[in-house]
Write a protein that binds this ligand. Structure first.
Ligand code: AMP
Length: 252
């Protein structure tokens, strides 16, 4: 059984230059293909609104490092590019949502969850049971050729998991993490063959989730697609507009 832990933002406010705002009580879901920018946008939003973020990828990577039967099984699944089973992921997320709710924090950002329709339904049931309104679902839509380019250039701090792009100034050869000086390494599952399988999983399992949320727009939460091929700051600004829109829609 995994222990509850929420990931914190890698974009301190001093760096984003944005003040914390009053957090609206809701669940925000970032959904999109691997490399679509879910992690980056989750971190930016988390800093801006001071809302905790749950990244299933990070939780599972932490768990996979452990020398336990569960850790071994996760390492194998993730290295193959497949999705981890629904039960394991749902239990981990639901326990964190409950903990957070019990601590008086109903707002959360979900990065990488749900990724299957069954996960989406379990989340829906849990939110209903807790009386939390339907989620704001933000779909980061990025063309395949851009995803492939981004994943090939993606590097991650081996210590804190902060994400870098080889094309940016901060991560030239030999550069270290600007937060903790950790080495910048390629993620095991960003290699070419594994990326192809992750994209296949995305199309087969996660595109139907997007359709599920799109059909439920207004009835149970809000669904919006954003062009994920824009600059991260432009996307973040659209996300903030959406947060304001969601506030107004909830108050109406
Ligand atoms: P990410 O860091 O979000 O790209 O996730 C890395 C890997 O973790 C994925 O390729 C999956 O193997 C696993 N994973 C993350 N989130 C989920 C999820 N919601 N359901 C199943 N597997 C997941």
């Amino acid at each position: 059984m995994m222990t509850a832990r929420q990931t914190s933002s890698h974009f301190p406010r001093a760096i984003t230059g944005m003040a914390a705002e009053q957090p609206p009580a809701r669940i925000v879901i970032f959904i999109g293909a691997p490399g679509s920018g879910k992690g980056t946008q989750s971190s930016l939003l988390s800093s801006r609104y001071d809302i905790p973020c749950i990244s299933t990828g990070m939780i599972l990577r932490d768990e996979a490092k452990k020398n336990t039967p569960v850790g071994f099984r996760l390492r194998q699944t993730m290295a193959s590019g497949a999705l981890v089973d629904d039960q394991t992921v749902c239990d981990a997320v639901v326990s964190r949502i409950r903990d957070s709710y019990e601590q008086g924090k109903a707002s959360l950002i979900l990065d990488g969850f749900p990724r299957t329709v069954s996960q989406a339904k379990r989340l829906n049931d849990e939110l209903k049971a807790l009386g939390i309104p339907g989620p704001l679902v933000i779909h980061l839509d990025v063309p395949d050729h851009v995803l492939l380019q981004r994943l090939a250039r993606r590097r991650q701090c081996a210590t804190c998991g902060a994400v870098y792009n080889l094309a940016s100034k901060t991560s030239k050869n030999g550069a270290r993490c600007q937060f903790d000086g950790g080495a910048l390494v390629e993620r095991d599952d960003d290699s070419e063959g594994v990326v192809a399988r992750r994209l296949t999983s995305y199309r087969r399992e996660t595109l139907p989730v997007i359709e599920y949320f799109r059909k439920n727009d207004s009835a149970n939460g809000i669904y919006r697609r954003i062009d994920g091929n824009l600059e991260a700051t432009a996307i973040a600004s659209e996300v903030c507009d959406l947060m304001r829109f969601a506030d107004t829609a909830m108050a109406a």
